[in-house]
Ligand binder design. Sequence first.
Ligand SMILES: NC(=O)c1ccc[n+]([C@@H]2O[C@H](COP(=O)([O-])OP(=O)(O)OC[C@H]3O[C@@H](n4cnc5c(N)ncnc54)[C@H](OP(=O)(O)O)[C@@H]3O)[C@@H](O)[C@H]2O)c1
Length: 176
Amino acid sequence: MKASVYIAFSLDGFIARKNGDLDWLPEPGSTNEDYGYHAFMETVDALVMGRNTFEKVLSFGVPWPYGDKPVFVLSNSGFNIPEGMPPSVSVLSGDLSEIVAALLQRGYEHIYLDGGVTVQNFLRAGLVDRLILTIVPVLIGDGKRLFGSLAEDIPLTLIDQHTWPSGMTQLIYDLK
Ligand SMILES: NC(=O)c1ccc[n+]([C@@H]2O[C@H](COP(=O)([O-])OP(=O)(O)OC[C@H]3O[C@@H](n4cnc5c(N)ncnc54)[C@H](OP(=O)(O)O)[C@@H]3O)[C@@H](O)[C@H]2O)c1
């Protein structure tokens, strides 16, 4: 099974302001460009996202954006999926290696990892295969970090890169 991260961050390394605000990201629909998102989503069997990211998605108050694609929300705090969510949404907790083994056993071939703490935990566990990183040309000074401390360096191999007239830059790396 392959695990990929697809995420946008400010040039100074933040995925959200401290309070979770994403107001520094380009307004959705402000350009026709989707920065490869839909093509990437077509390759993904399931999403694994942190509880904070899930709650942020719900706060947008828009129709559920992931259709019937399975979404596994990571939480160790006894979090329950709110009523009214599609049956494709469920909570997972526990050891990440066991979670990945369970997803593999269910037949998933490509999972999309989302959320800062989540990405950091998967990186520390050596369970990320690909990073698709979109750098937003802005400095926001403070916020929730995409990357965190590591026990050892993680070498990366640059696979591809794109720049757009908007100033957005995408770097795609493999970890293995
Ligand atoms: N810029 C972007 O592209 C982008 C993308 C995604 C998210 N975001 C933003 O980033 C913010 C959320 O990121 P975040 O760094 O705060 O956290 P997050 O990864 O979304 O959520 C963290 C929570 O996930 C749970 N969790 C993480 N790893 C776990 C594990 N191994 N086992 C069990 N539970 C685990 C824990 O929930 P419990 O506390 O319930 O145990 C933890 O508190 C939001 O504001 C969101 O909008 C931005």
